[in-house]
Design a protein around this ligand. Structure first.
Ligand SMILES: [Zn+2]
Length: 116
């Protein structure tokens, strides 16, 4: 059983939450000026790193509020939760304990550079 700490309600079972994907994706200021390809990338393309990642979560079977979390995607360990209006923690605050055989950085992932 994985426990997630809702910043509003406290620690609850994972089954009460839903993952909303990558956090801090910025909506383009002028979507009408984007090409179909650029709009499609904004709508559908997301990073999927192995390691430390910023995610959106919603306490869907509780207070129904959205919040952000820093999660290690390799271990499912949630390292920090914070409200949507709070500043995101710096990745250097966390240590990725995994050693990457492909030489990825210890914190974060080389996958951040894949997004075009
Ligand atoms: Zn809650």
């Amino acid at each position: 059983m994985i426990l997630i700490k809702c910043p509003y309600c406290g620690e609850r079972d994972q089954s009460e939450f839903s993952n909303g994907g990558e956090a801090h994706v910025i909506r383009p200021k002028n979507p009408g000026s984007l090409s179909d390809k650029d709009w499609g990338e904004y709508v559908f393309y997301r990073n999927n790193p192995k390691g430390i990642f910023y995610e959106r979560w919603v306490h869907s079977h509780g207070c129904k509020k959205w919040f952000n979390a820093v999660r290690n995607t390799s271990t499912d360990q949630i390292l920090r939760v914070y409200k949507v209006n709070e500043k995101r923690p710096d990745l250097s605050d966390f240590k990725n304990t995994l050693k990457s055989p492909s030489g990825e950085p210890l914190v974060g992932s080389g996958n951040f550079a894949v997004k075009k």
